[in-house]
Design a protein around this ligand. Structure first.
Ligand SMILES: [Zn+2]
Length: 105
């Protein structure tokens, strides 16, 4: 009974971190299970963040947004559609939600 799944609710696969060269994104992203997310959020559900280095906004899927809202430190890094690679999040990170607070905090 795992508390995590991929964004579509399917089981986490060993190769989910493989990067799709066409998009620069991972094959799959791990999220907290729907059951776990249903327990309640400690932050607002925010879907868009801005990378301070390039100024580009990235909008993520609902399951990832809810995972951040349930457990803000769940992810150690995130994706920028402007720069493509994944960068760290948190107090020292370069990502800010559209309401002005830091991603991962
Ligand atoms: Zn960027």
């Amino acid at each position: 009974m795992s508390k995590t799944t991929l964004t579509d609710g399917s089981p986490v696969t060993p190769d989910h971190r493989e990067i799709n060269p066409a998009t620069g994104q991972q094959k799959g992203y791990v999220v907290l299970s729907a059951e776990e997310r249903a327990k309640g959020f400690v932050r607002p559900v925010r879907r868009t963040y801005v990378h301070s280095k390039c100024g580009v906004a990235t909008t993520m899927g609902q399951a990832i947004a809810e995972t951040y809202a349930r457990q803000p430190d769940f992810y150690s890094g995130t994706f920028c559609v402007g720069c493509r690679p994944h960068f760290p999040v948190g107090e020292d990170g370069e990502f800010v939600w559209d309401d002005g607070s830091k991603v991962g905090t």
